[in-house]
Design a protein. Structure first.
Ligand code: FAD
Ligand code: NAD
Ligand code: FMN
Ligand code: ZN
Lengths: 190, 977, 86, 416
């Protein structure tokens, strides 16, 4: 019988070894979808206005605090710190007018962080992909289900460190899944 | 508690680590490294099971996964596991096991009296009998058969342990940790490659474990492998299935060798392995020979004895004989003799052989060209009957309590065959071997028919350099004898009591095809799937049919190579985790306010808010609904699907998606929209709002949100791939709350700035952005839709999910004066039924726009999905049941969804009740339903007869009147007020 | 496991996709074609062109060439691209 | 030879050496009045009822392999008539009535076991749908009961009623539903048909049809040409292929459905249980194995082999429904090729080819239909027109829109 694992700050699960660290990341998220035949123009616009390069499929790119994650054909998720000036959305909308559809997803997605030597072990319990360093490295992004929920997986650090982006309404359920997957290895909620 | 049958020394058990355990209530002692079977043998316990059908006494027959006889109920209570192979149970302190399928005890099993009727119980006898009298089958015969059948008893409480599922990726997956497997995983091959080696046993080595002479090599190999960072060694891990795309399933028994799993440790772990290349080093299974009495406890496969003696330091008997048709088996005999078991003699059907010569050289009594034609003893072997091959009667009796039996070896081709590889017949082995692989896969070692440690290791290495194990000249050549005929039962399937005679009977009755014979006799259908006798049965069948064994073949190989624990296949997502819970942003508020919740797909929605003075559900629901009709209420509708559609061609696209026209929608306005499926039936409904000339926001029903999104994307990318349109789900981004009731405007106006809510400035179906003053600096950005589901003056307030609670609370505060209260899905349903709005129960995939009274919405001009096929005759037939309002003639009758509409005392269904509730604006019950021909204004009668809602499941019939579905405000003035 | 090489995401297993059926039928321009579009299926025992949407990933609708007996996937291309002939 | 208690005894005493083949392995004649293509339950039942009900005995059943090894030999053996639509429940009820007398009729024990079929629901919406179905059945005189949690606990104590993710609210129960011994059904019909003179011809694959001026005159087979007055198709997952040979199209897709059996255990579950919250259904065979399955894998396939994700779903649903199953072991898994129509209901009747009739499109529900389908198919072949019982199951209903979409799933085979 399964006993759900807690997700309040603290150290849980198997006691031995270095725990993985699980956290929530507050940020601004904007979905940008190029309009028909406008991908190039859009890329150029974002380059000039935010000096942000739109990455190819499966990749992330960043400019200062701004980040772009490839999300779908001709579609990206722009990520900025939560305290990013509220104007980001308007700024993007202005920059992209006519070239892209800009949709605020800041409250529509929940972003989790997962870090530590055993992070891959945790993901092996949730993710169907091969995350071996030779196959999936820092800066790579995958749109793939995690624990059956559509998600964006982004390796942000070599530690390894990941950000896991899921639908906000599933945040609590996904947190439980993360905790359950991490418990046999030991985890710390930060 | 002496272990009388332990060898003086040797074996891979830890003689310094005694282990206490219980079997059938008695306490015994074994050593760490034992299996339950080896430990009981060490204690001289040989009767370990009863057969499936005839309840014959059975003992250990093998030392591995192929065991047909020695099955036990392992552990007790909620952890009880029936049918557990004692040859695979790792001995652990406090282990408790019990025999099964016997009454009252293993030794005195009353059910063995069935044996007296054995001649009646020939193959397929069930099908010929139990038919008289007709009524007896279910009442008398079947319950008895069911009680006698089955093996062990399942646990009845929930499993206290948990399981997990992992995905793994590797370049090379090696299945099997014997000589061939170890060589296949060997460093040079695996370097810079990710390797995985799965071995079902708890010790790596396979056949090597019975070969002390090879220990040096084995240890060197293991040390080298363990030193490789990129090689994962998984003992206790069975690969159970080979699937498409070189994906294999495996289950790791993480904690089965412990009394209970330690904290945070799963009992078992399922692996889904994506492999570049697969090396099958699964070894071989030794075969039995069918001869009368070959099931008597004490008859054991030679290889098993080999491994009990060499690996477990156990003497399975005191005086033994050998009956084998190959030389490999002699090594077991000699090893056992060296371990101190006396030799009664050697019986070999071959006139001469290297094995016979070696036996003579040891001065053993040998009977060449002879066969064993019977066994002596009761629940334990006392002796054998011998005769010259093909002779009759008995030439000689041998006294012994152990028979080493070997009919040759069948490579374990299960996984190869599952992968699509065809099997070929190997004359030398008289067995099937894999032929050309179809997936990226190779079989090596005994699994490929390459026997002998050295040879197997060589084939596993596949040409790679490595230091080879000591040469062993081993000849698996078999002189195939499959059966020794004679009086008494000669078993080909020990577990299911299938005899050679049963196979012949099946053939006689026309079940000569191997798949028919299998199903008719249950040959190979037990928990061991016929690993030791399967081919023997096929050979007996071949003989009966007068064809070669290879012409008969074997039944198809399927997962699971050996039975797999249910929980491991299920993984972690069971119980409460079976499906993830989806929560709207206001969930915590609802919970704090003691809402009762209802499941809507994965969502949890508040269905009502029990009040202190409410007696029952209805008190709450009616109170909430009345508040909306009289004053104002607020309802969380965040779970509705919301889809953002933008693009130069967005309007044109939506004109195709919706049956009604969208392109004419004005900026800042919303419109009801109906979607059809291409087959012309209604699919989903909702509102479409135009936020900008090229920007629309769609709402969908909660249930269909995902399907509608996929429907839009599919058409945008296929039929409409030329259009400029983007689609994004914003369901989670926006919270939405409906503020409904005559006082809705009054409640909201003080809060809203930047938008004039007056009827003139913001009429029905208007949409606009505004700021809602929640007290915080700057307030909250909201989007206001003047739409209504309840039929009252209503505003839907949408706001980014993060602000949901602030906005919700602000509205409750501001509306307090007006008497605002929250209402749940129950009241929402009540209100929409009174208003005659259709929802899930009406949009059930079987109704057309016409049925729903929405035909007028469908465009006259222009294409849309469903346009053509909705015009099929049966879909436009005026006699189709269509939407009506229903009221019981007697106001205090109840109306139940699921009731059927019938005329008078008739039983012909003229339609059904889809939704029903108690009214607040209307006295008594109100319902929506579908009635043949639809509403004839104010009909109380149908074809001259009264109409009834019939609910025979509750023996109920309620007289009805049929009315317009719009119970309240048919001219729709309230929403425009 | 059916492994579909998503042209955008790379090889992914079937659990990431939703099946959408026969891709040889396309929405017709003439009314007469709709019955066949919705109801007539070649249902071949062999190579089959079919729609799969990468709903667990990039949400692209793909045209996939798959064998209905061996389950081998020969190719997967964007919805508006053409599949190779088997 | 007739099976009787006496025969069993005398045979037992003479070493069971006197049993005769259950059916002759016939060699094809040049011509038959009726050729049935497909030696599964439906084809064999058709032949049997042709002989029994219509005295048409110059009949051949052509089976490409060995009889009964198709879906008949690999299904989870549930028989029931708990359908919503009258066309469906009246047909399946007729079939169930035939099941009830089948042993005596065939002189073969097909082990029909009316242990009841329980469909669980978990929400008000589920209850309303179940009630609509149950009431429809009752109005047509078919047994159905609405059970509450207490009654369900009595019938099936192992169900997780409280702690489940989707707690069980109640169930729709058909006491007369149950199971039958799948293989015996094929064998019993074969034997009974054979005894009435039908030729059962195995290893005989139909490769094409001879059609002359729109009328079928014969079939080409791997064992040569066989003339036929009339032809009946009963080839399940291969219906599209046979129809294509004859030159007409059917609204059918072939999909793989998996099934599973556990190790044999002492009696544990005494009814057939269907889980509403996740596709899962389970019963226990007389041998003791739990026989269970779930949803289609969801893509076209002619392979009798499914995939791993579906396996995971089925076992998770099972463990969610009955947590104690978790410690049992799965013994074997397999698949079958389903003839899925695009409205989820079967086709029994005429085809565009004169003299050619068909029964097909059985989806995952055709085992229970075996006697009824054979009976109606035989009638249609004998009379040249459908019986009222199968009048609705026409091929052209898709054109006219008289669809029989029980679940409102629409024209998507994988969703049916
Ligand atoms: C896993 C599974 C579970 C199921 N569970 C149930 C259940 O619980 N209850 C239920 O009612 N139904 C169930 N079904 C459905 C049921 O099994 C089938 O609908 C029914 O058995 C079909 O019988 P049939 O005789 O039409 O088909 P089959 O038994 O498949 O017979 C068709 C025969 O036609 C032969 N054939 C094909 N092509 C040719 C040719 N060219 N020439 C000659 N012969 C040919 C085939 O070899 C086959 O033997 C299930 C099916 C499966 C696969
Ligand atoms: N005496 C016997 O019965 C017997 C049988 C087979 C092999 N041998 C000897 O073993 C040597 C051959 O070595 P080999 O490596 O080819 O065979 P092996 O028997 O030594 O090794 C095969 C290994 O594969 C494991 N295995 C099989 N199926 C598996 C599965 N599905 N999942 C996980 N593990 C699985 C087995 O537990 C075994 O340890 C030769 O000496 C041969 O004579 C003896
Ligand atoms: C109702 C039913 C019960 C079954 N019981 C068993 C069983 O007890 N043991 C077994 O090995 N297989 C059992 N099977 C599975 C068959 O062995 C076989 O796998 C299945 O009929 C499909 O045939 P195939 O595997 O040859 O393709 C059962 C199948 C069905 C339909
Ligand atoms: Zn993709």
């Amino acid at each position: 019988m399964f006993v759900p694992e807690p997700l309040e700050p603290g150290r849980y699960g198997a006691a031995a070894g270095e725990p993985v660290r699980i956290g929530r990341v507050a940020c601004t998220l904007v979905q940008v979808m190029a309009r028909r035949d406008n991908a190039a123009a859009l890329a150029e616009a974002l380059q000039t206005v935010f000096s942000l390069t739109l990455p190819p499929p499966g990749r992330a790119a960043s400019a200062g605090a701004l980040r772009a994650l490839w999300m779908q054909p001709q579609g990206w998720l722009i990520q900025a710190p939560a305290d990013a000036d509220a104007g980001l959305l308007e700024g993007l909308a202005r920059a992209c007018v006519g070239m892209a559809s800009v949709v605020d997803q800041s409250d529509g997605r929940a972003v989790f962080s997962l870090a530590g030597g055993q992070a891959r072990g945790v993901l092996a319990r949730l993710c169907r992909l091969d995350l071996h360093p030779r196959v999936f490295a820092v800066g790579q992004v995958a749109a793939t289900p995690l624990g059956g929920l559509a998600a964006l997986l982004h390796q942000t650090g070599a530690g390894p460190e990941y950000q896991l982006i899921v639908a906000a309404s599933y945040a609590r359920a996904f947190g439980r899944m993360l905790a359950t997957a991490a418990a046999p290895l030991g985890y710390e909620v930060v | 508690m002496t272990q009388r049958f332990r060898t003086a020394k040797g074996g891979r058990i830890d003689r310094n680590a005694p282990v206490e355990f219980r079997y059938d209530g008695r306490r015994y002692q074994g050593y760490r490294g034992d299996t339950l079977a080896s430990a009981l043998l060490a204690n001289g316990v040989r009767l370990l099971g009863r057969s499936f059908k005839l309840h014959r006494p059975r003992g250990v027959f093998t030392a591995g996964v192929e065991e047909p006889n020695a099955l036990a109920e392992l552990r007790i209570g909620a952890r009880r596991e029936p049918n557990t192979r004692m040859t695979g149970i790792e001995l652990h302190e406090g282990l408790v096991a019990a025999s099964q399928n016997r009454f009252p005890s293993l030794r005195f099993d009353l059910m063995s009296l069935v044996g007296l009727a054995a001649p009646l119980l020939s193959a397929g006898f069930y099908y010929k009998t139990f038919m008289w009298p007709a009524s007896f089958w279910e009442k008398v015969y079947e319950p008895r058969i069911r009680a006698a059948a089955g093996l062990g008893r399942a646990a009845r409480e929930p499993d206290p342990d948990f399981y997990e599922a992992l995905h793994a990726h590797c370049d090379v997956l090696v299945v099997g940790g014997g000589a061939a497997g170890l060589a296949a995983a060997h460093p040079p091959r695996a370097a810079r490659q990710r390797g995985m080696l799965c071995e079902q046993d708890f010790q790596l080595g396979g056949g090597l474990l019975a070969e002390p002479a090879q220990d040096a090599w084995r240890e060197a190999m293991l040390a080298a492998l363990e030193a490789m960072p990129e090689v994962v060694l998984l003992p206790r891990t069975t690969v159970f299935g080979y699937y498409d795309g070189n994906v294999l399933g495996a289950v790791e028994r993480v904690a089965d060798h412990l009394a209970v799993p330690p904290p945070h440790t799963p009992r078992q772990r399922r692996w889904t392995i994506h492999a570049g290349q697969v090396v099958l080093a699964t070894g071989a299974h030794e075969r039995l020979i069918a001869f009368p009495g070959n099931d008597r406890p004490g008859v054991m496969l030679a290889g098993a004895v080999h491994s009990y003696v060499q690996r477990f330091g156990v003497r399975p008997g005191e005086r033994m004989a050998l009956f084998a048709n190959n030389d490999e088996a002699y090594r077991a005999l000699f090893a056992a003799q060296d371990a101190g078991i006396a030799v009664a003699g050697v019986v070999d059907p071959r006139p001469d052989s290297a094995g016979l010569a070696a036996a003579r050289a040891r001065g053993l009594a040998v009977w060449a060209g002879s066969e064993v034609c019977g066994t002596l003893g009761a629940a334990s072997l006392r002796g054998l009957r011998l005769r010259r091959c093909g002779g009759a009667g008995t030439d000689k009796r041998l006294t012994c309590d152990l028979l080493l039996l070997s009919g040759g070896y069948s490579p374990a081709v299960h996984l190869a065959s599952q992968s699509g590889t065809k099997l070929a017949w190997d004359v030398r082995l008289a067995a099937h071997v894999p032929s050309e692989p179809v997936q990226n896969q190779v079989s090596v070692g005994a699994a490929a028919g390459v026997f002998g440690i050295a040879a197997a290791a060589g084939s596993g290495a596949q040409g790679a350099a490595m230091d080879h194990p000591a040469a062993d000249d081993l000849d698996p050549t078999v002189a195939p004898i499959w059966e020794v005929r004679g009086g008494g039962k000669a078993f080909v399937d020990l577990q299911d009591d299938v005899t050679a005679r049963d196979i012949r009977l099946a053939n006689r009755e026309g079940f000569g095809h191997i798949e028919h014979a299998k199903r008719y006799t249950t040959h190979m259908m037990g928990t061991d799937q016929g690993k030791t006798g399967g081919l023997v049965g096929a050979a007996v069948l071949a003989q009966a049919r007068g064809v070669a064994v290879e012409a008969v073949g074997l039944p198809s190989f399927r997962p699971f190579t050996t039975p797999v624990t249910w929980g491991a296949l299920a993984g972690a997502h069971v119980g409460h985790e079976f499906a993830p819970v989806r929560l709207p942003p206001l969930h915590d508020w609802h919970q704090r306010h003691a809402a009762e919740f209802v499941e809507a797909g994965h969502w949890l929605r508040p269905s009502y808010y029990p009040g202190a003075s409410d007696g029952d559900v209805w008190d709450s629901v009616l109170r909430e609904a009345r508040a909306v009709r009289r004053d104002v209420g607020i309802c969380d509708v965040s779970t509705l699907g919301k889809i953002d559609v933008q693009g130069a061609d967005a309007a044109a696209f939506l004109d195709l998606i919706y049956a009604n026209t969208i392109s004419t929608l004005k900026l800042g306005r919303a419109r009801y929209g109906l979607m059809l499926r291409e087959d012309g039936f209604a699919f989903d409904d909702g509102t479409v709002s135009r936020l900008a000339p090229e920007h629309f926001l769609l709402s969908t029903t909660t249930a269909n949100a995902a399907a509608v999104l996929a429907h839009l994307e599919f058409h945008a990318q296929t039929a409409c791939s030329g259009l400029d349109v983007t689609i994004a789900s914003v369901t989670d981004q926006w919270a939405a709350m409906s503020v409904a009731g005559p006082k809705a405007r009054a409640a909201l106006t003080p809060l809203i700035s930047g938008l004039d809510l007056s009827n003139e400035a913001f009429p029905f179906m208007a949409v606009g952005d505004a700021i809602l003053q929640d007290g915080s600096r700057g307030g909250c950005q909201v989007r206001v839709f003047r739409i209504s589901f309840s039929g009252e003056l209503a505003y839907e307030i949408a706001t980014p999910a993060g602000q949901a609670e602030a906005v919700w609370k602000a509205i409750l505060r501001a509306g307090a004066g007006a008497g605002i209260i929250p209402y749940g899905t129950e009241a929402l349903g009540l209100l929409r039924i009174e208003k005659g709005h259709v929802a899930g129960p009406e949009l059930n995939g079987q109704t057309t726009a016409g049925d729903l009274g929405l035909a007028r919405l469908c465009k006259k001009r222009g294409d849309y999905i469903g346009r053509v096929l909705r015009q099929r005759p049966a879909l436009v037939d005026p006699a189709r049941p269509s939407l009506v309002g229903l009221r019981p003639l007697s106001r205090n009758d109840v109306l139940r969804p699921g009731a059927h509409l019938v005329a008078g005392s008739g039983s012909e269904s003229l339609g059904w009740v889809s939704s029903a509730t108690r009214g607040v604006s209307v006295e008594g019950a109100v319902g929506l339903g579908f009635l043949r021909g639809g509403v004839v204004p104010d009909v109380v009668s149908f074809a001259g007869e009264k109409l009834y809602a019939a609910y025979p499941l509750l023996e109920e019939r309620v007289a009805l009147e049929v009315v317009s579905p719009h119970f309240i405000d048919p001219e729709n003035s309230r929403v425009r007020a | 496991m059916i492994i579909i090489p998503c042209p955008h995401c790379g090889p992914r297993d079937e659990a990431e996709f939703s099946y959408r059926g026969d891709a040889t039928v396309t929405r017709p321009s003439d009314d007469a074609g709709f019955f066949a579009y919705v109801y007539t299926r070649a249902n071949p025992r062999g190579w089959h062109q079919e729609w799969w949407q990468h709903t667990g990933g990039c949400r692209a609708v793909l045209k996939v060439l798959r064998h209905t007996l061996t389950h081998e996937v020969r190719a997967a291309v964007p919805s508006d691209a053409a599949l190779p002939t088997p | 030879m007739h099976y009787s208690g006496l025969k069993l005894l005398t045979q037992a005493l003479t070493g069971n050496t006197g049993w005769k083949p259950a059916w002759r392995d016939a060699v094809p004649k040049a011509h038959y009045d009726v050729v049935i293509v497909g030696g599964g339950g439906h084809g064999l039942a058709t032949a049997y009822y042709l002989a029994k009900e219509h005295n048409i005995t110059n009949v051949a059943v052509l089976e490409r392999g060995r009889i009964g090894l198709g879906n008949t030999g690999r299904n989870t053996t549930i028989i029931r008539s708990n359908y919503l639509l009258p066309e469906n429940h009246n047909f399946y009820e007729w079939s169930l009535k035939l099941w009830e007398g089948l042993e005596q009729d065939l002189n073969y024990n097909t082990m029909v076991s009316q242990r009841g079929v329980l469909n669980l629901f978990h929400s008000d919406a589920g209850q309303h749908a179940a009630a609509r179905r149950g009431n429809a059945m009752r109005l047509s005189g078919i047994d159905a009961q609405l059970l509450d949690r207490q009654q369900i606990r009595q019938i099936c104590p192992l169900l997780d009623l409280e702690n489940a993710r989707f707690p069980i609210q109640g169930g729709l129960f058909q006491p007369r539903g149950g199971t039958a011994r799948h293989d015996a059904v094929a064998w019993g019909f074969a034997r009974a048909a054979d005894r009435r003179g039908v030729d059962i011809i195995q290893d005989c694959e139909v490769l094409g049809f001879e059609i002359d001026a729109g009328r079928v005159t014969g079939v080409q087979t791997s064992r040569g040409r066989i003339g036929a007055g009339r032809v009946g198709l009963a080839v399940a997952g291969n219906t599209s292929r046979l129809a294509a040979m004859a030159g007409f199209a059917v609204p059918i897709e072939s999909h793989v459905l998996q099934a599973f059996v556990s190790e044999a255990i002492k009696p544990l579950v005494n009814t057939v249980v269907t889980f509403g919250a996740g596709h899962f259904y389970l019963s226990q065979s007389d041998k003791g194995g739990l026989v269970f399955g779930g949803d289609l894998d969801g893509w076209n396939s002619y392979a009798q082999r499914g995939s791993l994700p579906l396996v995971e779903h089925v076992f998770a649903a099972g463990a969610a429904m009955m947590p104690s199953l978790s410690r049992l072991r799965a013994l074997r898994s397999w698949g079958g090729v389903m003839d899925m129509t695009l409205d989820g209901s079967p086709i029994i009747g005429l085809t565009p080819i004169e003299g050619m009739m068909m029964t097909g499109g059985w989806c995952y529900g055709g085992f229970k239909a075996t006697p009824g389908s054979g009976w109606c198919h035989a009638w249609t072949i004998a009379k040249g027109e459908p019986h009222p019982r199968n009048a609705a199951f026409t091929l052209d209903r898709f054109k006219t829109g008289h669809l029989l979409d029980e679940r409102g799933a629409g024209p998507y085979a994988w969703a049916q």
